[in-house]
Write a protein that binds this ligand. Structure first.
Ligand code: 13P
Length: 294
């Protein structure tokens, strides 16, 4: 069922839980994630990479995810992840995304704020148009930068060291939230996209310092590789959304590698392969939902 992403996250936080968000490059994975959320009776977020949304088929995938989300038995939001191009934001929202991470984290502080505000203005224009797209769209912004690649898992962020772009500066949080108009804030506290070099060492002290500066929910990207025992602490620090991608991909690719030959032998059984894919993605999503739910 349709839900505003910020309301989904805030109501989870009120119960001491966080909502997992999973990158979906395809419909099979999205079906598995939504199935796991329905089985758990929990809301979930489907993420679409900006590299997906920049293509015609990617926009068709967003439209398909919109239909899947609306027809689901639990609240499901569809978010365009890490977008920095206004054209891609407008296209993705027109296709059916209901929230956007407007990612100006690689920009100077003022330019980051300006990008988030510009995206808000684009959404206002869309909302005033005939289609109604753009209204009720939730904006997440990112302050501080994460090392690593969003679509490819190469090791980064040596444990214990700040990623190149730096931790979120807690002193900027209040001003950034007020001036950008963001409804959720993604933070950099030692988390990285892709694989961690060595053990992840999240700076909970920095997160705590950020959490007391704003009332809007915080978002933890780069959750792959962070032990469940660490992730369970997040909601207590107002982290209401936790993003997973790499671990989900790893599991699906390992499964496909292990099962493909048997399905070929079994009469080129593509349905059988898709069932294994579904099981892999669904098991991962179910585990993340259980970890983050109180
Ligand atoms: P990981 O690939 O490290 O899980 O990060 C996912 C993410 O943050 C998507 O925005």
């Amino acid at each position: 069922m349709r839900v505003r992403l910020d309301q989904l996250v805030i109501s989870a936080l009120q119960q001491g839980s966080a909502v997992p968000a999973f990158t979906c490059y395809d419909f099979t994975t999205a079906l598995a994630v939504v199935g796991a959320a329905e089985a758990a009776g929990r809301g979930v977020i489907l993420l679409v990479s900006p590299s997906t949304a920049a293509t015609r088929n990617g926009l068709r995938l967003i439209a398909a995810l919109r239909g899947l989300a609306d027809g689901a038995g639990v609240p499901v939001a569809v978010q365009l992840d890490h977008a920095s191009k206004l054209r891609v934001i407008a296209d993705a929202v027109s296709a059916g995304a209901d929230s956007v991470l407007v990612d100006g984290s690689s920009l100077d502080y003022e330019d980051n704020i300006a990008l988030v505000r510009a995206a808000g203005a684009v959404l206002d224009v869309l909302a005033s148009g005939g289609s109604g797209a753009g209204s009720e769209i939730v904006i997440e912004a990112e302050l501080g930068g994460l090392a690593g690649d969003e679509d490819r898992a190469f090791g980064s962020g040596a444990a214990g060291h700040a990623p190149a772009a730096g931790f979120t500066d807690s002193a900027q949080v209040e001003d950034f939230v007020a001036r950008s108009g963001a409804q959720l804030l993604a933070v950099a506290v030692g988390n990285v996209h892709g694989r961690y070099k060595g053990e992840p060492e999240l700076r909970w002290d920095v997160l705590q310092d950020i959490a007391v500066r704003t009332r809007i929910p915080l978002v933890l990207h780069g959750a792959s590789g962070i032990p469940a025992a660490e992730l369970v602490k997040a909601a207590a620090m107002n982290v209401g959304k936790v993003n997973f991608n790499t671990e989900l991909r790893t599991g699906v690719l390992e499964t496909l590698e292990a099962c493909t030959a048997a399905h070929r032998t079994d009469g080129e059984n593509l349905q059988g392969l898709l069932a294994d894919w579904d099981a892999s993605a669904g098991t991962f999503a179910a585990a993340a939902l259980a970890t983050l739910s109180r």
